[in-house]
Design a protein around this ligand. Structure first.
Ligand code: URA
Length: 206
């Protein structure tokens, strides 16, 4: 029987994309990663959050933002009144890039070629979902979405445009909050990030 609503058609397409991405060999990162970590969320999401790349925990679980940065992100989204279940969360690069150090796997930044190779998937996700706003969480996401390197600290809180014409709200990556050693500074950074998320909520129309 034919799929009878546009919503179901889009959902079917996102699932098909996820299946295709599981076998992605567009760059070499698939060789050492456990699996592709594709985006997660509904096809009717009004906001798409874009991180950098999966971390150690995400690589093992196969889901984006489920490690320490993800837990902080979830808590701040909730405070801002954004239900993560109604969002789409993904990464600019969909395989974990790391350096082995003893038994540990240390996060390694994706390079411009890896970001470009993976951009194909982000384009497909944005085209399927057509959100009101995409949120660039940090420099790698901003570079992927906008198509060029941008100074995130200078442009934080401003809205640019993705290569697809989707408004892009620029902010920092939630993991940057975890790295601030001073408690007062960390608290202040968290407040600023929460204020950014409240602005994002206002940009969501649905
Ligand atoms: N950091 C990211 O950028 N993405 C994740 O999925 C987890 C941590």
């Amino acid at each position: 029987m034919a799929v009878d609503t546009a919503e179901k058609t889009v959902a079917a397409s996102l699932d098909a994309l996820r299946e295709d991405a599981a076998g992605c060999t567009r760059c070499d990162l698939y060789r050492n990663a456990t699996q592709t970590v594709f985006g997660e969320g509904g096809s009717n999401a009004r906001v798409v959050f874009v991180g950098e790349q999966p971390g150690d925990k995400e690589d093992i679980e196969g889901r984006p933002f489920v490690g320490p940065a993800g837990r902080l992100f979830d808590a701040i989204l909730e405070e801002a009144g954004i239900d993560r279940k109604k969002t789409y969360v993904t990464n600019a690069v969909k395989h974990f890039k790391f350096e082995p150090r003893g038994k540990r796997r240390i996060h390694s930044k994706p390079n411009a070629g890896e970001i470009r190779a993976c951009r194909w998937w982000l384009d497909q996700e944005l085209t399927q979902i057509q959100p009101d706003v995409a949120v660039a969480l940090g420099a790698t996401a901003a570079r992927a979405l906008i198509g060029k390197a941008v100074p995130v600290m200078k442009l934080r809180g401003t809205v640019a445009e993705s290569l697809e014409g989707v408004p892009v709200f620029i902010t920092v990556h939630p993991s940057s909050l975890l790295r601030i050693p001073d408690e007062m500074d960390r608290h202040r950074a968290r407040e600023l990030f929460a204020a950014d998320m409240r602005r994002v909520k206002k940009m969501m129309r649905g």
